[in-house]
Each structure stands twice: as C-alpha cells, then as structure tokens.
Design a binder for this molecule. Structure first.
Ligand SMILES: O=C([O-])CC(=O)C(=O)O
Ligand SMILES: [Mg+2]
Length: 535
C-alpha cells in the first residue's frame, strides 16, 4: 500500500514532514499540504532540539519527545542517537518514572496494546489488531512494580514503551518490529482507582489461578500471532516475575529483564570492579539490601559466574547474604520465600548494619526500591574492612537510589567503587573527578535482543547473560576504570550493543539454540542490520 496525502504525513514511520522534496510532494499527493521550503533532516533535528531545550521541566521534554516519536520517528531516533547522553534520562529513567505516574493525565495518542481481564478468551484477536505483522520484540508489564515506584497499574505502560525505544536507539532494532503491551488485571493502588483520569481497570488485582490462566493464554497468543517474537517480561512484582520466568523460560523465547538483565549488568560492573580491587569474583563477598527478584536474580547469576571460576555452588552461596525490611535473611526465619531460601545465611538474626560488621562484604548491592538505606555508618564500616569496597545503588529512578553518588564518594573518602541504576552526574571530591557508572540493564537488554533476533536463537539461558556481562565489562576502557566508572560511555552504546549481540549469538550457538550455524561474517551482518534513522 502506497501512502499518500495526509495519510503519509500522519504516519510517523514514513513521514518526513517539511523534508519531503518537491518531487516527492508531487508523487505522493502532498503538493499544497506543506509550507514551500524543503528542510533537511538536520534542520528538522535542530528545530526540534531548540524547542526541546527551551523546555525546563523534564516531563515536558519527555512529552515533547513522545509527540515527536508519534509524528516523525526518524527525526526522533536520530536526535536520540546523536545526543544519547542528554536524551536517555529523558526518555527513560529517571523521567520515565514521573511519566508513568502522570501517564493517564498526559495520555494523548494510544501506542501499543492494552489487554485486560475482559479480553480473556480473545487475546489473540486483540493482538491481531496491532497493525504491524512482523513483530519480533515484545515488552510486556502488568504494572505492579514499576521501577522502585510500586503498583502503578496501567500507567506503567510508559515502561514497555520506553524499553522498546531504547532497543531501537541503543541496539538499532527496527521500530517496526517492536510492540509494547500492558496486561491490565487491576491495581491495588487505591489512589489510582479513585483518580477520575485513570484509564485502567479500577478493581483489585486478579490473583492466583485466574492470573496464571490469563497469562498462559497471553503467552500462547503471543506465540500464535507473532511466532518469531522475543517476549520480555518487565516490572512484574516479585512472585509473578519469578513464577512467569520459571514457567516459560524453557517453553518459549522470553526473558525477564529485571531479573536477568539486571543480573547481567550487575555482573558486568563487578567484573569491571575486579580491575580496581585486583580480586576475582569468587574471592569476593556480597551483601544485598533487598531480596526481591532483582536482588536474588543477581545472586543466582553471580553464583554461576563464581562456579565458573572453580568454586563449588555451596561455597559460592555462602559468599552472598541478603537483607529485607526485617534484616538479614537467616535460616531460622519462619517465612522464607522460595527464591531467598537458597541464600539464607547460617547466622543469627540481626539487622543489616550488624550483618555488615559480621559478614564483612567486599560489595554492597542495593536493590530494594528504598531510597537512603545505605547509610554513612555502613559506608564507613565497609571502608574499615576493605581498601576499595564496591557500592551498587541499583534502585530506580534516581530518587529511589539506596544512596547517592556524592554520598558514596564523600563517606568513603573517595575509596568506594560506585555504580547506580539511574544516572548520577560526575562528582568532584578533593580535587578528583569521579564518574559514577550507570549500572542499568539498558546496557544489556538491547544487545541481548539484537543478538537473539539476528541469530534466530530460540531460547535465552544464563550462559548468554554471562557472555553479555563479560562482553560489556571488556568494553570498558582503562581510562574509564581510572575515573572509577565501571561501564562504557553511553555514546558507545550502539557499538557495545553490537558486540554484545555477537557474544550472545555465539553462546546461543554453543547451546544449540540456533536454526543454522552463524555465518562467518555475522559480526558485519549485525552492524549492517542496525536501524539507521537517516532519510
Ligand atoms: O528501568 C530501569 O531503569 C531498570 C529496571 O528495569 C527497573 O528498575 O525496573
Ligand atoms: Mg524494570
């Protein structure tokens, strides 16, 4: 179908706006519909950037960019690609957190699929209404644990949209292949249920067997309607996140980004940290604040990575401890969740501060969603034990980080190796500039997805996540490490993602997940396939 006239001008994928040449205007029935001057794409970008930078509130910048994405996709992505450090915090964390909180009030055009309880029995039909037929990548959320912000119901749709935007910008996946989905099975957020503008189901969440049956129909519908698609679970609350991953990881092409993507990016940061503290992963002890699916997901991948270095699983597990709101998770606890049980410490019950003194970790990892729980006295205690302790404050958005970059550097007198989930600016301390690395899964999932899509891998396993982490860690230049930064600069993200894609595909091949051997020039193929938003 050849689009013409207003249909073309209102189609964000093909619209070039004032950049349509006079010949194109004639060919596509656009004559008279545009001002006479023909712009270049560069001029269009400059115009948009000027407008964007005139706005002061981040949420207004987010809304401007979202509108641009819906008007002219190629200008949008070129702006992202060529200004990635400025744009990432606007289209993703931290601004995407506020965008979700205000999703309903700011709702303009629909994007993606909304599948709710009333669609049960009919989910495949609903998915079939999506206009793109060649969907390869789906990000789905049920909105119950949006970043560290809790249950945002269907307002959480900002997350699947934002994650897919990053796939396109960071890895170069074609936007035509991407589908964001909100499965709306209610919300426990009372404020939302009584908010007159809320657009989701105003009931308590469906739970138990009904939930499982609904998700089973959903996953089957994805396979039926989009048989080639990789399904990414995002921001589900811990019990459902773990159960869905366990149920589907061996049955269909899927992964959970909060569990597996976060684990891989944390492992990458820890591998990079070994270049500073001179240890091996299996030499280190790790204490977690938080015991949700992200925390134990990191724990499980770390155990695998430690075993690869030659220690036993039992030994590896004994080098990890977890804390939740009740303190250290110990074996004598009455109620242990299934995912935390394998990590329960053989120690008496105590609070996190005491656990830190008793366990003497090299690394403190915050994955709790609770801002400020890494305290000055904890950081000082860590520094009394180790020369260069690592502190990862992974909760998102920035305001939910367990401590700030500045606190970590100041409290540790510049000794802490720090990384955070959401971005922090560089910190000047006693004449040294520290660059905090952003240990965000955005470094992993785009490249992982690209590798899976282009290789035709049928499953995602832990070895692929470890390969992605090793590859990411190897991308960090020594100059970055010297500035205390454990991740490569975002400006390299496309090339980093291409490298991760190749590493992941090779590991998938070893696992027997590929339909055919990788071509010798697969690495070139990856780069040639990366989406280019230039006209
Ligand atoms: O979105 C992010 O920045 C990382 C993430 O998956 C989460 O916090 O749930
Ligand atoms: Mg997430």
């Amino acid at each position: 179908m050849k689009l013409t006239g207003l249909d073309l001008l209102t189609n964000p994928r093909f619209n070039k706006g004032t950049a349509f040449t006079l010949q194109e205007r004639e060919d596509y029935g656009l004559t008279g519909l545009l001002p006479p001057v023909v712009s270049t794409q560069e001029q269009q970008m400059q115009r948009s950037l000027l407008n964007l930078r005139n706005k002061t509130r981040h949420i207004d910048k987010y809304l401007f960019l979202t509108a641009l994405q819906k008007r002219n996709e190629r200008v949008f992505y070129r702006i992202l690609l060529e200004n990635i450090e400025e744009m990432m915090p606007l289209v993703y964390t931290p601004t995407v957190g506020q965008a979700c909180q205000e999703f309903a009030i700011n709702f303009r055009e629909t994007h993606g699929c909304y599948i709710s309880w009333q669609d049960r029995g009919n989910i495949a039909n609903a998915l079939g209404n999506w206009p793109e037929k060649d969907v390869r990548l789906i990000v789905v959320s049920d909105g119950e644990r949006i970043l560290g912000l809790g249950d945002l119901g269907s307002n959480g749709m900002g997350i699947p949209i934002g994650k897919l935007t990053l796939y396109c910008a960071c890895a170069g996946i074609d936007p035509a292949h991407c589908l964001p989905i909100m499965v709306d099975l209610g919300t426990e957020n009372e404020a939302l249920r009584t908010d007159p503008f809320y657009l989701g189901v105003r009931e308590g969440r469906i739970r138990g067997e009904a939930y499982d049956a609904f998700m089973a129909e959903f996953c089957q519908a994805v396979q039926d309607v989009f048989p080639q698609a990789l399904l990414q679970f995002e921001d589900f609350a811990t019990p459902n996140a773990i159960a869905l991953l366990e149920r589907y990881r061996d049955k269909q092409l899927c992964f959970n980004d909060d569990i597996q993507g976060t684990a891989s990016v944390a492992l990458a940061g820890l591998l990079a940290a070994t270049r500073i503290n001179g240890k091996r992963i299996s030499d280190m002890r790790f204490m977690f604040l938080g015991a949700g699916s992200a925390a134990t997901g990191i724990g499980e991948l770390l155990v695998k990575a430690m075993q690869r270095e030659g220690i036993s699983e039992t030994q590896a597990r004994s080098q990890l401890v977890f804390n939740d709101s009740k303190g250290l998770i110990v074996r004598s606890r009455d109620q242990l969740t299934d995912h935390a049980r394998p990590f329960a410490a053989d120690l008496p019950a105590m609070d996190a501060a005491a656990a830190l003194e008793a366990f003497k970790p090299d690394v403190l990892i915050g994955a709790s969603g609770r801002p400020g729980i890494i305290t000055e006295s904890m950081v000082k205690a860590l520094c009394a034990i180790h020369q260069r302790p690592a502190i990862f404050a992974l909760s998102n958005p920035t305001a939910n980080a367990e401590c700030t970059a500045k606190q970590a550097y100041e409290w540790s007198d510049g000794k802490a190796i720090f990384a955070s989930g959401s971005p922090f600016s560089a910190v000047e301390y006693k004449g040294t500039t520290f660059i905090p690395g952003q240990g965000n899964n955005a470094y992993i999932f785009p490249g992982l997805g690209l590798g899976v899509l282009l290789s035709g891998a049928t499953r995602i396993n832990d070895d692929m996540l470890i390969s992605a982490a090793e590859c990411l860690a190897a991308c960090v230049e020594q100059t970055q490490i010297d500035a205390g930064c454990l991740y490569p600069p975002l400006t390299d993200i496309r090339e980093v993602s291409a490298k991760i894609a190749v590493a992941v595909a090779k590991t998938a091949e070893k696992a027997g997940y590929l339909p055919a051997p990788l071509a010798l020039d697969f690495a070139d193929h990856v780069r040639a396939q990366q989406y280019d938003p230039k006209y």
